[in-house]
Design a protein around this ligand. Structure first.
Ligand code: ADP
Ligand code: MG
Length: 478
């Protein structure tokens, strides 16, 4: 028979599952076991101290809300942590700790925009005017972790980032109004939108900033229609100084919502207020959107975010580790960065799974563990080695900077590194000779062909060279 604590925890899990992505759920919540429910305190067993710290750091608002939802206002949560015993032959032991008070939910500044009441539009926090107050109170819904400081700049996002920064420094006063940010999933649109909001709040504390997803906007509008207070809804939005609206593609085919957004847009724009819009595609590809609204999206600047290159991916991982105070060997970071090329969200997810795996199995984070984990958990498809990774391996081998490959120098060691990079790119990627040439010092396809022949010859004839080439190849194929 199901015991109460199991049932309560199962209900909690259902809520949690709806509020976080599947990978995080599997990583952090699947291994948890409910232990008991006593005096309205639910005790859950976590596999290690690391787990406990991670949950406290990242999921406490969600856990608290969920517990309150299931157990009422007096409900509390306690961890039973399995600890490694320092004295060898004694087994692990557990300690019990209550959840911390940080991020207390009574503090509205850390309220999370989560819809705990799955699917019910009624309970969505509606940031409407609070009656009786002259100055409107708006909960900006900004996530402090998504700051500019935490946003790594690279070629992939330079324009979008600097336009965002300009907007945050001078909201409504630049040519970038609206600022339309677009990209595929997981490349930093939401992060950048928050960063702009956070920066505006810090530069201009009196400005009213609101981050809202297009989905929330739609639900609020539906609710306003039910409550017959559409005017309040429109007026509320017309009072915002900086409106950040995320994933505008959800407005497609929602004609009524588009209509009301059109009026809000016009009002804000005419009054010199800033709009930042994000979307999963450029304006020209947006289907189901009214032409008059589409044409307005093109008034300002449309900037896209691309997939970060290898070095930017490494920098993103390092930043994340630094923030979490975790150390990881350099080769592991590089391995993760070059294996995960889909998007930043998956990159971070892989890192998290790796830390969880290491903690769960009490194994050090090594390149072997990374390889197993990435093969097993993240990618079943074959990894494709990229030209930039090959360049990095070759340059690391000779202890030179990758930039040197692009220089005009005739220095033997650089010429040779470039030729090796071309040779291995031809061997291990599907890229054409022209592409390889372009990426390795802007050379033409004939130069690449010549490099491939030279390297082949040297491998045949020069033993020392062959040993170097084999070393490099081993590193490329890890
Ligand atoms: P999108 O909204 O485009 O789907 P997100 O903004 O949600 O993507 O980004 C996914 C994850 O990747 C977030 O955790 C975000 O912090 C992180 N991220 C994306 N780009 C960067 C970057 N340039 N620097 C640091 N973190 C990034
Ligand atoms: Mg997003």
């Amino acid at each position: 028979m199901r015991e109460v604590h199991q049932e309560v925890w199962e209900n909690c899990l259902k809520i949690i599952k709806d509020n976080i992505n599947y990978q995080s759920y599997k990583t952090w919540f699947s291994p948890i076991k409910p232990v008991k429910l006593q005096d309205n305190v639910l005790t859950i067993q976590v596999p290690s101290h690391f787990f406990y710290e991670w949950l406290e750091e990242h999921y406490i608002p969600l856990l608290k809300k969920t517990i309150k939802h299931e157990l009422g206002p007096t409900g509390r949560l306690e961890y039973s942590i399995i600890m490694e015993n320092a004295i060898n032959d004694q087994g692990p032991y557990t300690i019990n700790v209550p959840t911390s008070n940080r991020n207390s939910l009574s503090n509205p500044s850390v309220q999370m925009p989560i819809d705990i009441n799955r699917g019910s539009a009624k309970e969505i926090p509606n940031p409407f005017v609070i009656p009786g107050l002259r100055k409107i109170q708006v909960h900006s819904q900004l996530n402090e972790a998504y700051s500019f400081e935490n946003f790594i700049e690279g070629d992939c996002n330079r324009l979008a980032r600097s336009a965002g920064y300009a907007v945050a420094t001078n909201p409504g006063k630049t040519a970038f109004n609206p600022l339309f940010l677009y990209s595929a999933n997981g490349l930093g649109k939401t992060h950048l939108a928050h960063a702009i909001g956070i920066q505006v709040k810090s530069n201009f504390p009196d400005k009213t900033v609101l981050y809202v997803t297009a989905e929330q906007f739609i639900q609020q509008f539906v609710q306003a229609n039910i409550n017959k207070n559409q005017n309040d809804f429109v007026h509320f939005y017309q009072m915002i100084d900086v409106l950040l609206i995320d994933d505008i593609q959800f407005l497609s085919t929602k004609e009524k919502t588009q209509d009301v957004f059109f009026h809000i847009f016009n009002h804000l724009h005419q009054n010199g207020n800033q709009l930042v819009i994000t979307c999963d595609k450029p304006p020209v590809e947006l289907k189901g959107m009214e032409p008059r609204l589409l044409s307005r999206f093109k008034w300002g600047l449309a900037a896209d975010l691309q997939l970060p290159d290898l070095n930017t991916r490494i920098a993103i991982l390092k930043k994340r580790l630094y923030k979490d105070g975790i150390e990881m060997p350099k080769d592991v970071i590089e391995y993760v960065a070059y294996s995960i090329t889909t998007n930043v969200r998956e990159l971070e997810g892989a890192l998290t799974s790796l830390m969880a795996q290491s903690s769960l199995n009490k194994k050090a984070i090594t390149i072997d563990l990374a390889r197993q984990m990435i093969d097993k958990y993240v990618k079943n498809s074959l990894r494709e080695v990229s030209i930039d990774y090959i360049q990095k391996v070759v340059c690391d081998f000779f202890n030179i900077q990758v930039d040197n490959l692009n220089s005009k120098t005739r220095k033997r060691e650089i010429v040779q590194a470039r030729q090796l990079a071309m040779f291995f790119s031809k061997k291990h990627t599907k890229s054409s000779l022209a592409t390889i040439g372009m990426q390795c010092g802007n050379k033409d396809h004939a130069t690449v062909l010549h490099a491939c022949r030279t390297v082949s010859n040297l491998i045949e004839t020069d033993k020392e060279f062959r040993v170097c080439a084999e070393e490099i190849e081993k590193k490329i194929k890890i």
